[in-house]
Design a protein around this ligand. Structure first.
Ligand code: NAD
Ligand code: DAU
Length: 331
């Protein structure tokens, strides 16, 4: 099987490529990645000999057409992915997340290629802290940020291309991922690398916001389950019942890294900051038989701390520029 993985030099895409090369010798992976500030070929160094890497833009119809024509399956991870960036400059989000997805859909339509669309639980907006409800595939779309609204737009394009043109596509909406190779702009790696540098972790607002954490490898086993056993045209929510508030995440990291649990700072909040995400992944579990392998968030966090400690050469080149950007936002 020939798989085209867009965004394979980013966090989740790189983990997907590693897992696929490791566990599926019958699959040949081609990565299409523009290597934006968020992409890093070094994330694929271990598997460089086993894959084909193409530097290019998912909104470039020519390169996309050529690569899709040669594929049996497209798994589309490439995106502008960071909410804070989308508040400062939304345009790249519209270009990559909407136009890029449109470009891929037109190519898979032309060539009759199976397509899996990677999306986010943020398309559903947020939940109250004390609401027992979770997101399901029946929850109405209600995105809050430029990032999540462009992801919602891209999901709707996929649904329309399935219905109108018979494109063979599935969609997954996953909760917050953590694990190796995540950019230091994101919450968990930012705090780990701050602590390595002797800087106190920074919590937005009061730290009460809740995210539903899943290890990136569990996300990717779910993606393969959907590709292999999912029903065309369906949306699957991916989550591992990992709801934790941000303050608890920071306290756990402080403890794991040998600091006092209250040694963090509260900083100004993100505008429009979603309160709580929570996924009901019942369909994925009952219909496709998927189960997460990472049972304990604390153990997964401990392993992630060790990974960042052991791989400073990977994250160090991006740390100063990332913190300089946050400094302009007062966060
Ligand atoms: P990331 O920012 O770490 O990686 C994105 C990758 O896409 C980078 O390698 C970047 O170079 C590449 N890219 C960006 N624009 C491109 C373009 N125009 N053409 C080609 N490549 C381009 O993102 P991530 O966290 O790995 O997220 C991957 C996907 O998963 C995204 O679609 C995101 O919406 C979705 N998602 C992320 C999470 C999460 O917690 N990180 C959760 C659910 C869904
Ligand atoms: O839910 C899935 C989404 O999860 C994905 O679609 C996004 O691509 C991914 O970036 C992530 O979005 P969040 O906005 O939830 O992730 P982020 O890592 O930016 O922040 C997680 C939480 O931590 C959020 O409530 C904001 C907070 N935060 C973040 C940073 C960077 C802090 O308190 N301090 C920080 O320094």
């Amino acid at each position: 099987m020939r798989v085209l993985v867009t965004g394979g030099a980013g966090f989740i895409g790189a983990n997907f490529v590693h897992q696929t090369v490791r566990e599926r010798p019958d699959v040949h992976v081609t990565v299409l990645d523009a290597l934006t500030y968020a992409g890093d070929e070094a994330s694929l160094a271990d598997v460089a000999d086993a894959i084909t890497f193409v530097r290019g833009d998912v909104a470039d119809a020519e390169v996309v057409d050529r690569l899709v024509a040669d594929a049996d399956l497209v798994v589309h991870f490439a995106a502008e992915s960071h909410n804070d960036n989308s508040l400062s400059d939304p345009w790249p989000f519209v270009q990559t997340n909407v136009i890029g997805t449109f470009t891929l859909l037109e190519a898979v339509r032309r060539h009759g290629v199976r397509y899996h669309h990677i999306s986010t639980d943020e398309v559903y907006g947020d939940l109250e802290l004390d609401d027992p409800a979770k997101f399901t595939d029946q929850t109405p779309y209600n995105p809050s940020s430029p990032y999540s609204s462009t992801k919602a737009s891209s999901d709707l394009l996929v649904r329309a291309w399935v219905r109108s043109f018979g494109v063979q596509a599935t969609i997954s909406n996953c909760s917050n991922n953590y694990g190796p190779y995540q950019h230091v702009e994101k919450f968990i790696p930012r705090q780990i690398t701050n602590l390595v540098d002797g800087v106190r972790p920074k919590l937005y607002g009061t730290g009460q916001n809740v995210r539903d954490w899943i290890h990136v490898e569990d996300h990717n086993t779910a993606v393969w389950a959907i590709v292999e056993r999912g029903e065309i045209g369906q949306t699957y929510l991916i989550g591992a019942d990992g709801e934790v508030d941000n303050k608890t995440v920071v306290e756990t990291l402080l403890e794991l890294m040998g600091q006092d649990r209250d040694a963090y700072d509260l900083v100004s909040d993100r505008p429009g900051h979603d309160l709580r995400y929570a996924i009901d992944a019942t369909r994925l579990r009952t219909e496709l038989g998927w189960r997460p392998q990472y049972g304990s968030f604390r153990d997964g966090l401990a392993a992630t701390v060790e990974w960042y400690r052991a791989n400073e050469a990977w994250w160090r080149p991006r740390k100063d520029a990332t913190e300089a950007k946050y400094a302009t936002l007062g966060r």
